[in-house]
Design a protein around this ligand. Structure first.
Ligand code: ZN
Length: 482
């Protein structure tokens, strides 16, 4: 069953490439088109192009085959391994998850967002690590390990990673749009960036496949399956077991590959790569869950908790390397996912100060993102005041709902804003996952239906969503500022 579904769901990469070329042509983005052309030509000349239709599917197919082979060596469940299939999705809301089917086959969903976020973390980490030595060769990584050990720092620029993540999250939260800035790595950092990306993807794939191999069953859910957007609805212990097997599979893949790595590097590359890959993979999922969801549903435990358990499995030298590595990336992740009044909004000055970061979009788009982000990061009182202020131009009053929201009653606020009963029920149901962008869209639809003028819809829906987000997030109370 899973195999048939996988074939049906598979993303059409040819269409995706065509769309990208068309969009770049419309934007008159000559540099980006030239880069794309160069990449495509490089791919066609590579040995891989004979075996795979395109680079993304090619890389995924190679990594999946390697993880499967490692799992076969490490476990004795060939019958379960033979019935798990991986499919990549263009969707952004599902990070990575396992779908178990009635005939005991299973599908691993792996979204493009996870792939690009892994690449983004890996690229920033690679740039930072490369700054600590000059060789640009993997074998020189031991110098980095020594430097990290001596200085307790990774060298990655948290501002670079933070800005790239922030831009992505703001677009997703407000428009549910997969917009990313392009980060061009320096040539010396590129091999390390590609290697770390592959390590991270290997870990995430290994984690999901491990759930099926280990026969992890979700706890009984109190919501219908279609309602449950949970990324990985399993117990914390099962999550850790999947992390451990995923990590061991990644080390095993590295060991099988070790023949290609020169001896005498002074560092255990398979273990180091798997460890850093695991941390990146966890953070790539963590940042979307923290930044895009009001309620995550039953999901992976937060990355710091997962990492803390996995760090115990690393050998001492690798742990000494991995700890500061994780701390730096985690700091940037936390800042990027903070949309409270203390959050640091996306800043156009940051973009101008990053020579390696570019976009084919007009600067005005970035300016809009910056303005909307500053608006998000205002206080709840400010957001309530914006909603009350809309009354001056609107035939429908949002004031009563705003007061209810500010007083801590989300349901009364939603009903006061004209949100239909059933929709308000869904939004407030504590077991359901709720994305921030979904709440914005539902408020916008409700406001529009009541005649709130078009020009107030974006600000109104965004202010309303920010006002209610702390009330709707499970187990959280409104922040101390109110
Ligand atoms: Zn899981």
């Amino acid at each position: 069953m899973a195999e048939i579904l996988a074939t049906r769901i598979r993303s059409d990469r040819e269409d995706q490439l065509e769309e990208m070329i068309q969009r770049l042509t419309e934007l008159d983005a000559a540099d980006d088109l030239a880069q794309l052309d160069e990449n495509t030509r490089g791919w066609r000349q590579s040995e891989w192009s004979a075996r795979h239709a395109n680079p993304v599917d090619g890389l995924m197919a190679e990594l999946i085959a390697e993880v499967m082979a490692a799992m076969a060596d490490l476990t004795d469940r060939p019958e379960r391994l033979a019935r798990v299939f991986v499919v990549t999705l263009k969707q952004e809301s599902v990070a990575a998850r396992l779908r178990q089917l009635a005939d005991s086959s299973a599908l691993v969903y792996f979204s493009d967002a996870t792939f690009t976020l892994c690449g983004l973390y890996a690229g920033c980490a690679a740039e930072g690590l490369t700054g600590l030595y000059s060789g640009g060769r993997l074998r020189d990584l031991w110098r980095v390990a020594r430097s990290v050990r001596d200085h307790q720092r990774l060298g990655a620029d948290p501002a670079l990673l933070g800005g790239l993540l922030r831009y992505y999250l703001v677009n997703q939260r407000i428009h549910a749009l997969a917009a990313k800035l392009s980060h061009r790595l320096t040539s010396s950092a590129e091999p390390l960036g590609v290697w770390l990306t592959a390590q991270a993807v290997t870990f995430v794939l290994g984690h999901e496949i491990a759930h099926h191999v280990l026969d992890h069953r979700p706890a009984t859910s109190d919501s219908p399956p279609a309602d449950d957007l949970s990324a990985c609805p399993l117990s914390e212990q099962q999550e850790f077991e999947a992390d451990l097997l995923g990590y061991r599979a990644a080390v095993h893949v590295g060991r099988r590959d070790a023949a290609r790595i020169p001896a005498g590097t002074g560092i255990d590359l398979p273990e180091t790569g798997a460890a850093l890959g695991a941390l990146i993979g966890m953070l790539a999922i963590h940042v979307t869950e923290q930044g895009l969801f009001i309620r995550r549903g039953r999901s992976h435990p937060p990355a710091p908790a997962r990492a803390a358990r996995l760090l115990n499995e690393f050998s001492d030298p690798v742990r000494r390397f991995a700890e500061p590595f994780q701390a730096d990336l985690l700091r940037a992740t936390r800042d990027a996912a903070d949309f409270s009044a203390s959050g640091r909004p996306f800043d156009l000055a940051w973009f101008h100060a990053q020579p390696q970061v570019s976009t084919p979009l007009p600067l005005q788009n970035l300016q809009t993102v910056s303005i909307l982000d500053r608006f998000q990061c205002r206080t709840r009182e400010d957001h309530a005041a914006v909603l009350v202020g809309i009354d001056e131009i609107s035939p429908f009053s949002l004031a009563a709902g705003a007061c209810a929201g500010l007083a801590g009653d989300a349901r009364a606020a939603l009903l006061g804003w004209g949100v239909p009963d059933a929709t308000a029920e869904e939004i407030c149901a504590p077991h359901r996952a709720l994305e921030f962008s979904t709440l914005v869209a539902k408020l916008r639809a409700a406001f529009a239906a009541r005649g709130v003028p078009e020009k107030a819809l974006l600000a109104g829906s965004l202010a309303g969503a920010q006002l209610l987000a702390p009330l709707l997030s499970r187990g959280e109370h409104p922040p101390a500022e109110i």
